[in-house]
Design a protein around this ligand. Structure first.
Ligand SMILES: Nc1ncnc2c1ncn2[C@@H]1O[C@H](COP(=O)(O)OP(=O)(O)OP(=O)(O)O)[C@@H](O)[C@H]1O
Ligand SMILES: [Mg+2]
Length: 232
């Protein structure tokens, strides 16, 4: 159940976001709410502003206009230092194009956020290995990203986003390079982890079967939220 329309304040709330890339208005008055523990699918055609919305929600990109409030803090106004701390401790992000560190092996990519949070190397490697296992890529632990398939890299990126136990996971097309069986496996692992830990998820997808894992779906059209509803 979402809190929308209820009394509890949403964990994350975006209001009337606008963001231009040069002359392109990627976001044009987009609003969205995310309740604690809620899984929200964001759908829409290519170029409709999904990735831009996710970047604004996660405090990676500052909107030109509008507000983003996370647990009472205005992300759109926070100084960069506090933003990067939040991204490190409270958020996990899976970018549309992976963005694993090419020089590090899969297990070290996943362990990196733990090292940044102060864990020792052995502990980081062990916990990273468990997350790789969960996403079915433990066998690839010692490979660098260049040696991984697209789908394997996406699983490693998901493991890296979840390893620190974030309150919100932002995932941009996390199954975009996977066939339908692998998509199901990855979504089962992602949703299972989120339900277990109480993490909320913002999930961008163009795949209706993937969106069906969400509690609710919003659809972007030309940078604005066209339709809000509950998924089947
Ligand atoms: N860095 C950028 N520079 C210039 N234009 C950009 C940039 N990023 C996005 N855009 C433009 O902004 C619009 C929205 O892009 P965005 O990446 O948010 O769409 P999307 O819905 O994620 O698309 P896709 O489904 O193809 O990933 C598009 O017209 C895109 O070309
Ligand atoms: Mg995108």
């Amino acid at each position: 159940m979402s809190d929308i329309g209820g009394t509890a304040a949403p964990l994350l709330a975006a209001r009337d976001l606008a963001k231009a890339h040069g002359r392109t208005r990627a976001l044009d008055g987009a609003s969205a709410d995310l309740a604690a523990g809620e899984i929200l699918a964001v759908t829409g055609t290519s170029g409709s502003g999904k990735s831009t919305l996710l970047h604004c929600l996660a405090g990676i990109v500052r909107p030109d206009e509008g507000t983003v409030t996370y647990a009472g803090e205005r992300l759109d106004e926070l100084p960069e230092k506090r933003l990067s701390e939040l991204r490190r401790t409270e958020f996990g992000v899976v970018f549309q194009f992976g963005q694993l560190i090419p020089e590090l092996t899969a297990v070290d990519n996943v362990g990196l956020p733990l090292l940044l949070a102060g864990a020792g190397r052995a502990e980081a490697r062990q916990r990273a290995g468990e997350w790789l296992e969960r996403f079915g890529v433990r066998g690839q632990a010692e490979l660098r990203p260049g040696a991984l398939s697209g789908g394997q890299a996406q699983r490693v990126a998901l493991a890296r986003a979840l390893v620190t136990g974030p309150r919100i996971v932002f995932a941009d097309e996390p199954t975009g390079a996977l066939d339908s069986l692998a998509s199901e496996q990855v979504m089962t692992a992602l949703v299972g982890t989120a339900r277990e830990s109480g993490a909320a998820v913002v999930l961008i997808t163009h795949d209706a079967q993937v969106a069906a894992y969400a509690d609710r779906e919003i659809r972007l059209t030309d940078g604005t939220v066209a339709r809000a509803g509950v998924t089947a």
